[in-house]
Each structure stands twice: as structure tokens, then as C-alpha cells.
Design a protein around this ligand. Structure first.
Ligand SMILES: Nc1nc2c(c(=O)[nH]1)N[C@H]1C(S)=C(S)[C@@H](COP(=O)(O)O)O[C@H]1N2
Ligand SMILES: [Mo]
Length: 166
């Protein structure tokens, strides 16, 4: 009897820690700094969203092609909602990524195009190896004249982990 319970417990522990380790492999942390008025960390004057925080926000869907992906369904929180939460006061957003790429986009793009920070593409959580943990997605197919240009291509940053409000 005891051995059966022990076996179940061991199996349960494996399940818990196994799935936890797997989930963490594409967990996002997105940290905002710069011209912001709300903080999660007062010492560094920064506001960090955990994976859980990002998923708790309203989720928005964009169906579009990108230069690297065929027409796909992207899901994630609206950049505008994130900016509202952190009380952003700047006009430019300097996007930072895990591969240390940076590109600045106007903060006004957030509302104008309903830009999202996609964590999911075609029902799959984006992994770091395929544009995750977060991918800046504009509705390119909806505004091809404005958004399907060589300049706007650079706006589609992937592996996003930080944004400096300027
Ligand atoms: N994380 C990340 N996103 C990125 C880049 C990058 O190097 N890293 N390059 C950007 C730029 S400048 C352009 S033009 C496009 C195209 O990048 P590619 O030519 O490497 O495909 O992706 C953008 N997004
Ligand atoms: Mo580029």
C-alpha cells in the first residue's frame, strides 16, 4: 500500500517539475524602463511583466503574413495596453531583444495599428528558436501600403525582452 502511494507521489513530482521546466523554457519577461510612471521595481525604476502578467491582459489576434512567416494567426497583449499599465509618457519605444538587436518605433504605432506582442502563432507558444518569447506584430496585410515596406520590416522585432520608453 505504502509503496503504491510512494510511487504515485514520485510520479506526481516528476509531472510537476517536468512540466514546470518545460513551461519555463519559453516564458517571457518583458521589462520597461525610461519615461514610465508605474514601477514593479522601484530601485531600478522599471516595470516587468511576467509570462503570467502578459497572459492575464486582454488578448488580441492579428492575422497576417510577415517577411518570415506565411499568413498566420498571432495572439498577444496589445502594446497600447502595456503602455497604459506602465504610464508611459515618451513618444518613442526602443525595442530590445535577446539577440541584442534594437529598433525604435513611434509609441503612436501602438494605437494606430493595434500592435501586439505575440506569444502565440497558430496556437503554438513561440519558442526562442522561432521568434519567441515575444514577437512585435503589426497587421501588415491590413495596411500593405504603410506596413509592407523595407523600412517597416525592421519593426517586426522578435525575441523581445525589453522596451525603453524615450
Ligand atoms: N530579434 C531580432 N529581430 C529582428 C532583427 C534581428 O536581428 N533580431 N532584424 C530586424 C531587421 S533590421 C530587419 S530588416 C528584419 C529582417 O531581418 P533578417 O534580414 O535577419 O531576416 O528583422 C528585424 N527583426
Ligand atoms: Mo533591417
Amino acid at each position: 500500500m505504502l509503496t503504491t502511494i510512494t510511487r504515485y507521489l514520485i510520479a506526481l513530482l516528476f509531472l510537476l517539475f517536468g512540466s514546470r521546466a518545460q513551461a519555463q523554457s519559453h516564458q517571457a519577461t518583458l521589462t520597461f524602463t525610461g519615461k514610465i510612471t508605474a514601477f514593479t521595481e522601484y530601485t531600478t525604476h522599471s516595470y516587468s511583466f511576467t509570462e503570467r502578467d502578459l497572459l492575464a491582459l486582454p488578448q488580441h489576434t492579428i492575422e497576417t503574413t510577415t517577411s518570415w512567416t506565411p499568413k498566420s494567426t498571432f495572439v498577444g497583449p496589445r502594446l497600447a495596453d502595456l503602455l497604459e499599465k506602465i504610464g508611459a509618457t515618451g513618444t518613442m519605444l526602443e525595442i530590445h531583444t535577446l539577440d541584442e538587436y534594437t529598433y525604435s518605433i513611434p509609441a503612436s504605432d501602438a494605437l494606430r495599428y493595434d500592435v501586439i506582442l505575440a506569444h502565440t502563432m497558430n496556437q503554438h507558444r513561440l519558442k526562442v528558436s522561432d521568434f519567441g518569447p515575444l514577437f512585435v506584430i503589426y497587421p501588415r496585410d491590413k495596411y500593405p501600403k504603410e506596413l509592407n515596406t523595407p523600412t517597416t520590416e525592421a519593426k517586426f522585432s522578435w525575441q523581445v525582452n525589453g522596451i525603453v520608453v524615450q
